[in-house]
Design a binder for this molecule. Sequence first.
Ligand SMILES: Nc1ncnc2c1ncn2[C@@H]1O[C@H](COP(=O)(O)OP(=O)(O)OP(=O)(O)O)[C@@H](O)[C@H]1O
Ligand SMILES: [Mg+2]
Length: 512
Amino acid sequence: MVSPTTMAAVRASGAVPNAEYLLAVEGVRKEFPGVVALDDVSFRLKRGTVHALMGENGAGKSTLMKILAGIYTPDKGQVKFKGVDIQLKSPLDALENGIAMIHQELNLMSFMTVAENIWIRREPLTRFGFVDHGEMNRKTAALFKRLNIALDPQAEVRDLSIANRQMVEIAKAVSYESDVLIMDEPTSALTEREVAHLFTIIRDLRSQGIGIVYITHKMNELFEIADEFSVFRDGKYIGTHASADVTRDDIIKMMVGREITQMFPKEVVPIGDVVLSVKDLCLKDVFHDVSFDVRAGEILGVAGLVGSGRSNVAETLFGVTPASSGTIEISGKAVKVGSPTEAIRNRMAFLTEDRKDTGCLLILDVLENMQIAVLQDKFVKMGFVDQKAVSAKCEEMARKLRVKTPNLHERIENLSGGNQQKALIGRWLLTNPRILILDEPTRGIDVGAKAEIHRLVTELARDGVAVIMISSEMPEVLGMSDRIMVMHEGRVTGFLNRAEATQVKVMELAAQ
Ligand SMILES: Nc1ncnc2c1ncn2[C@@H]1O[C@H](COP(=O)(O)OP(=O)(O)OP(=O)(O)O)[C@@H](O)[C@H]1O
Ligand SMILES: [Mg+2]
């Protein structure tokens, strides 16, 4: 063990330059109340490589990386950095020693500018000791130029799309000139083009000898970018292989301990009457003349690039941002949806795209997060909540969706990313919706749970629910939808039937 000062010295001298591994983790254990998140885990990261971490939701990937980034202290075990035992005291300690992490849930201050976020706590100062905004913006512009990012350093983060916020996080991590860069599901909000851009950045960093840990649930990314990968299951280390040596099925088997045969269990179910009919819906300056119908039992996929207005349409349907013109009919009756409460009254449900901003109430427990939509009316009789009945329903739903948590009184913040998502899906299913709007429902969800969610959506369609599913994952859209609506820059550019839809046709309509 060395103190932070000697660590700095280690870094400065590039000590043990011949150590084969940048990071070597041995026998690490981490327990949280009621869960063993990591049990006797090993992991090694070589210089100049991209190392993917794979594993089901709750396997312990983020926890292990948080240990390496100085956020958690392991209960047991050893962490070696460039051949030297280290014990990191804080995220700042990790950063100063050359280990940077981009988190699964973004962590920027939305009311500050891009540049302020990047240089926070290390702002360049003028000779009078004030923050030198000019210099800070110049440094940011230089950083963006190097990374080929087209963003204004002075833009406020709250005005950026999730994808652009992600780019800011990446630039911030790179700006620390770290030896190790940890990325926890960095592409979950990125389009294909942005992913390609990120991969260029990653390859460039790799060629400079940086070691990159890359957590992902996406198999194709692993084969494209990772040199090696390690698999974790239920807090245990399963193994490490070179990506070139294995197939997709090998990895799935390592991850879940069994084979998953069907990813998109799409069933042909009878399609009923029109449930939702939208005509000429507009939101000034955002989207225009959006018209479509969804029928009972139908899954309408909505494809398009990030920024095409898909999520905005969903928000307007749900009353978050009421339309500036156009009509919405539900089962033939014109409705005005002025607020989410009214939407819920009309038996609409909306799983939002961004868990942290609009979905999860992080300081509440799982039960409170799950019951919140149902409490709008269903279990409330004359102002009193039948808490026992609500709790029982939530328990049942959590079991059905296999939400991994010690119990429903755990703060949702402490659940793994994928399990938070499952709890939120449960929230909406409890309302027994007739119109279900899903915005990127399986983002950050592992292969096993993904198949479960697809099965669930299929079942809901069979029960006559009208489903609108926004997804940026082409196989998901093509696999699950009866019909696909494609949007581009705030307009509907076309519809494709299940039989005629192909990736190329969708992309043609999406990119125009
Ligand atoms: N701060 C915490 N307090 C309590 N339990 C926690 C905490 N952080 C993680 N856990 C639990 O530890 C286990 C591992 O979680 P972790 O976030 O590492 O999973 P993950 O592999 O990153 O999953 P995902 O793919 O869903 O992001 C989970 O059961 C989770 O609920
Ligand atoms: Mg995680």
